[in-house]
Ligand binder design. Sequence first.
Ligand SMILES: Cc1ncc(C[n+]2csc(CCOP(=O)(O)OP(=O)(O)O)c2C)c(N)n1
Ligand SMILES: CC(=O)[C@@H](O)[C@H](O)COP(=O)(O)O
Ligand SMILES: [Mg+2]
Length: 636
Amino acid sequence: MGLLEKIHEPKDLRSLDFTELNTLAQEIRKQMIDVISKNGGHLAPNLGVVELTIALHRIFDSPNDKLIWDVGHQTYVHKLLTGRFDRFSTIRQYQGISGFPKRSESVHDCFETGHSSTSISAAVGFAKARDVLREHHHVVAVIGDGAMTGGMAFEALNHAGHTETNIIVILNDNEMSISPNVGAMSSYLNRLRTDPLYDKRKEEIEELLKRIPGIGSKVAKMVAKAKDSLKYLLVPGLIFEELGFTYLGPIDGHDQALLEEVLDQAKHKKGPVLVHVVTCKGKGFKPAEDNPDVFHGVGPFNPENGKIIKKPAPPTYTAIFGDTLCTLGKENPKIVAISAAMPSGTGLKDFAAKFPDRFFDVGIAEQHAVTFAAGLAFGGLKPVVAIYSTFYQRAYDQVLHDVCLQNANVVLAIDRAGVVGDDGPTHHGVFDIAFFRIIPNLVFMAPKDENELRHMLYTAINYDGPIALRYPRSAGQGVPLEEPLREIPIGKGEVLREGSDVTLIGIGPTVHTCLSAAQELRHRGIDAAVINLRFITPLDRELILYYARQTKNLITIEDHVLKGGMGSAILELLEEEGIQGVNVERLGYTGFVEQGSIPQLQMSQGLSVKGIIQAAERLNIVHSIPKSADKVSVGK
Ligand SMILES: Cc1ncc(C[n+]2csc(CCOP(=O)(O)OP(=O)(O)O)c2C)c(N)n1
Ligand SMILES: CC(=O)[C@@H](O)[C@H](O)COP(=O)(O)O
Ligand SMILES: [Mg+2]
């Protein structure tokens, strides 16, 4: 049995010496490589924080002291050290442990994260509560250099500094966001990391002091001891000092003894402290060290050589989006593309390479990304803002207030719309229909397959005003890509199948589940029409009302929560038009959706052929479900 299996809680770490800790670090890395090579997950971020997490759990006393992890994708080590070694092989799996902090999983997970740049705000909250309740524990936020580019982080630093709140912020600086980090903060940190002057100036000053007869060597020792005051003079960690923080660092984030010494120092300082830790993303696994972006969030791979195991599948919607934007970008020099720190995740890497002056990676700053786009639009360009659905939540006011209210000519590309799989509830894009469809002036569409995505993107580029399209984190349907690109008439759905007994209305890829269900219903003598709605706003009112009156039964199916979704919009339409005697069944999610594979989640949530048949049963238009019903489901 190795050391790791004997660690059931942080206190078990405190009896180990540095040789044993080094062995433990190796065991942790091996365990993560083994499990993530099967499950997939955030390997590189976690390999980079092994020594840091061990040190944090040795110097601080979780759960009395609060450890809050920004984004939380780097908490696998924390989970291994806080009693979840035995369940670690289930990480990110359906009904397994989460890949992010989960309060229900452990008392050591004091705050749930997943969206970036929230940790310092939460830490200030915990600290202020501690002070009001006259408690005396420590509060520590661990935030990466990427997350530090998020506006919320600055809001919190500003508040903490101003109120002199006793918190410790560990800045885990590995020069990487998902891709190489961007922005002025990143260049600033780079200067701090690599400031040759700091060491030189420190030596020069100490040499100078030693030369002063009599007192020199004593003063030199004193100054050397009071490193932090010397740093204050020398190291331009000033941005944090000016915000009221004591800045400690930069220090080697893989030097266990040094980490513990500095964390202990930070623990005894008054007021807000920022410890600048320099780490290597992917440390200890060469393929991940060499390609930290690829191994940031990785699928299954060969643990021997890091070779990614790719399953044959049609191109993803994201890939088709990126390719099409490059094609359109060649023809139209006004097209510019914006990413919030996720150029590869959003398929914009090729566009960035082909049109470097027309691509902007703004860092983890979705709010800025959207309003920046509005500025670009009124400046005469055609901006396309590609952000995951879940991260668009961060920029809601900017979409409403800065884009739609003033009709800015902006394209909102909403990637990862629908359940996204193993990332779980913090990342599922299942609220955007609700929060975007209510905004006036916004056209909002969803393609049924990758071919329609291309035509919709073409339509969006040629449309004058705010327009959004949502598409999932999955492979396309493998349909042939038609040329030439053509405009989709705004607000017009399409009838894929005629029928007289019930109308199945899908939006996006759920249309394919409707088509499969219609086949199944036909075997029971039920004649189902299938509509590809295409537009959430403006709704194709005429089409919906015609089929509502004709079949008297509607079943809507959306990869989205029911509340405020596409089905709600159709109910509102029937009510506005005073339509009576039409039965409606809506399929979608009733709340937060857990983690698991996309098909698993859609099946378990009733977004499947079986789900539609059961809905038809509830409408009393079909009476039994043979076993074969549930073989097919939406998405891949
Ligand atoms: C609001 C928000 N936008 C985007 C993301 C996607 N995302 C997850 S991790 C990450 C990069 C984080 O970089 P950093 O904080 O430096 O952590 P590292 O992975 O380098 O340890 C991004 C952009 C997110 N989780 N939240
Ligand atoms: C932790 C985080 O928010 C990102 O790494 C996210 O997991 C990426 O999602 P995709 O894998 O869908 O690009
Ligand atoms: Mg980083």
